[in-house]
Design a protein around this ligand. Sequence first.
Ligand code: FBP
Length: 323
Amino acid sequence: MAQIKTLAEFITERQHEFTYATGELSQLLTSFRLAAKIVNREVNKAGLAEDILGAQGTDNVQGEAQQKLDVYANDMFIRMLRSQGEVCAVASEENDDIVHFDNGGRYVVAMDPLDGSSNIDVNVSIGTIFSIYRRISTGPKATMEDFMQPGTAQVAAGYIVYGSSTMLVYTTGHGVNGFTLDPSIGTFCLSHPNITTPADGLYYSVNEGNSTDFSQGVKTYIENCKKSKTGARYIGSLVADFHRNLLKGGIYLYPATAKSPKGKLRLLYEANPLAMIVEQAGGSATDGGTRILDLKPSELHQRCPLFIGSKNMVEGVMRTLAS
Ligand code: FBP
């Protein structure tokens, strides 16, 4: 029987790859590992628990209704990150401003604690997305400057998908590896080593309900996909759609629409971390003009159009948009 390798063992083994001090990365990732298990437990029994499904009754800074599990997951990840001491500040989809920990930590984290939250109540896969940067400001507290670094400055990025099984997928810039939570031992185990994404894919993922708002270039690209019999798959949970396309090959598109003229997805904690992962797996990510990782952020919750996935498919979209 193949030897089981746990996430903790893998992190320790690969620590030498992490540019900065040993031990810091494992501490950092330990926070996500622990919080993921706790959030996973709540997600799995959400249908049974009285007080965890449905709306919280508050809106986040994006004007979206916060789900109770959004708030629960946000609190849990923030609590775990605060307790480890490596992270000094967090930017979260669920918090208007930077959350400071005043602990002298050398890293900052941008995160979407529960992505695809509109799918929570209907038992469809949801996820968590995170992006880690080294702090560059020098004062007593982290500043916007630490969060306005381009995606190329990420030291690590990852996501957790709460689906038929729960997986944590991450990169530190040395390839992409996936770990599945074994509920019988409560441990993430290496299940998908060295993930690479096919250059050409099987699927295109887009909310065609918005297609009347799409540019002619996007409409043409989607028509070309149909003509070439590329399969259509859209779950409406970015992490779930991205994960499928990463493993099988495909492209996820969220172009600008009338409702979201700058696109819907957030650069810091949705587009940047997934762009680092897809590039490490051999794929690409663009906003239709610029490589996502080269975009210079200017706001915590800024949005951007996103075209992400298999290399040749993203290049295909770029050609169609340019024509
Ligand atoms: P949040 O749930 O974190 O706000 O994420 C945005 C999201 O739900 C993505 O997961 C998903 O891909 C997209 O929005 C779905 O948008 P739409 O319903 O407009 O297709």
